[in-house]
Ligand binder design. Structure first.
Ligand code: GTR
Length: 423
């Protein structure tokens, strides 16, 4: 006769396998999503309705931007910025001779105390005309994005990560290449694109006091550091990288895509929403505070994100924790700020924390603003099956797999860019 333990153990372990409890306060059960009504992107809170392109340009877009400044990302200081660019090195036979590698230090001319950011740029050697560029930040630095051993190791603060061989918040030789699966440089080079990247920690180290050692601290007191946020600082840096690209004759800066994964996807969206020079804006698994709808109670919530990462947003955002629907703006409106430029949103099947369906629905509900410009968006109101990219002026795919940016994702972005830029 089996004892009680023998009977209970299989039952208990089965319960553990079948029901991984969602993190407190979050929901990952589609049947438990309460009803919600999204704000009308053509009638942003505090503004009059929009029916034409002129309306959107004169008051719809400014009002929507102001809502995101006030409630999420803060006010990015407008400049003008006088950059001091220094080419640190140029290697003409990078990536098996296929690319030229440029390492460019970007500083502010009137702020010599700020060490600036180091932009790593690969351009294809096979193309003799100016090339379009994909621009993105990295989580770990250029030495982590690339496997080339002769790149300088970043000496800036790093988030603790054993698997990335971070010791005392600093990169080590073993950290080289630890993010390289996310940066398929050769894939882009082979298709005639440049790829520019820099370490997000050059702009602001990713922790609650990081602002002191980043651009927000460096610009204080000229700019009040609490007027903007860490995501704002990262987005600001993406625009400065574009400023730098604009000075390079071998770059076609009119065709620049800003792309980001996860927290850096939130920054890419905020950069792309504000800076209309970005011709294509790509969100890869950016989730809550990025492309995912917060009115839809699924995955990460405003309460959870603002507790874990208070520095990413203005304090006002945390006040919507108990009731996200009290926030006067939702993320489809962030996506609508990309109109009439090109937008791409990507999700992953196992990335429930980022709410793949909420990301799709945000893209879908951004469409009315694109329609003002005669641009068709996703072309279907139904989320597509995994690994089936869709869309016209707004692209979307749901990749099979986990929270990540992979060669599959990049391939879709290249296909989308080619379709529009090089038909
Ligand atoms: C998580 C955070 C997400 C996402 C992610 C990432 O911890 O909850 O919003 O930003 O980090 O950046 O990988």
């Amino acid at each position: 006769m089996p004892n009680l333990h023998h009977l209970l153990l299989p039952v208990l372990s089965l319960m553990l396998i079948t029901k991984t409890p969602a993190r407190e306060g979050s929901n990952e059960d589609e049947s438990q999503v309460p009803a919600y009504t999204l704000p009308n992107p053509l009638h942003p809170a505090g503004s009059s309705p929009v029916t034409t392109q002129t309306d959107w340009d004169s008051h719809g877009r400014p009002a929507t931007l102001a809502l995101f400044q006030k409630n999420l990302y803060g006010l990015t200081p407008p400049g003008p910025w006088k950059l001091k660019l220094e080419t640190l090195s140029t290697k003409t036979d990078a990536l098996k001779g296929k690319a030229t590698r440029h390492l460019i230090q970007i500083r502010l001319a009137d702020l010599p105390a700020w060490p600036g950011l180091q932009m790593l740029l690969y351009t294809p050697n096979a193309v003799t005309t100016p090339v379009p560029t994909f621009l993105c930040l990295s989580f770990g630095g250029n030495h982590a994005a690339s496997t080339e051993p002769d790149l300088p190791l970043s000496d800036r603060w790093q988030r603790p990560a054993k698997e990335k061989h971070i010791v005392n918040n600093r990169a080590t030789e073993a950290s080289r290449g630890t993010e390289s699966s996310r940066f398929p440089f050769e894939l882009l080079i082979d298709r005639g694109y440049a790829l520019a990247t820099a370490y997000c920690g050059d702009l602001e180290p990713d922790h609650a006091d990081g602002w002191k050692d980043g651009i927000r601290g460096a610009l204080a007191p000229r700019v009040n550091p609490t007027d903007w946020t860490c995501i704002g600082a990262w987005a600001w840096g993406l625009s400065r990288m574009l400023d730098a690209l604009e000075t390079l004759p071998f770059i076609d800066s009119q065709h620049t895509a800003v792309v980001g994964h996860s927290r850096l996807g939130k920054a890419a969206l905020w950069a792309g929403a504000q800076d209309t020079r970005f011709a294509l804006v790509i969100s890869n698994n950016s989730g809550e505070g990025g492309a995912a709808l917060k009115y839809r109670h699924f995955g990460e919530t405003p309460a959870i994100i603002t507790k874990a990462f208070p520095h990413w947003f203005v304090p006002t955002y945390a006040t919507y924790g108990p009731n996200p629907q009290s926030c006067p703006v939702d993320q489809h409106q962030l996506l609508s700020l990309v109109a009439p430029r090109l937008l791409y949103v990507a999700s992953a099947t196992e990335d429930l924390w980022a709410d793949p369906k909420g990301e799709f629905l945000a893209a879908l509900n951004a469409e009315p603003v694109f329609a003002l410009y005669g641009k068709t968006g996703l072309t279907t109101p139904t989320q597509p099956a995994p690994d089936t990219p869709i869309g016209n002026h707004i692209g979307y795919h749901l990749r099979t797999g986990k929270h990540d940016i992979t060669a599959y994702d990049w391939t879709q972005y290249l296909n989308f860019a080619n379709k529009h830029w090089n038909p």
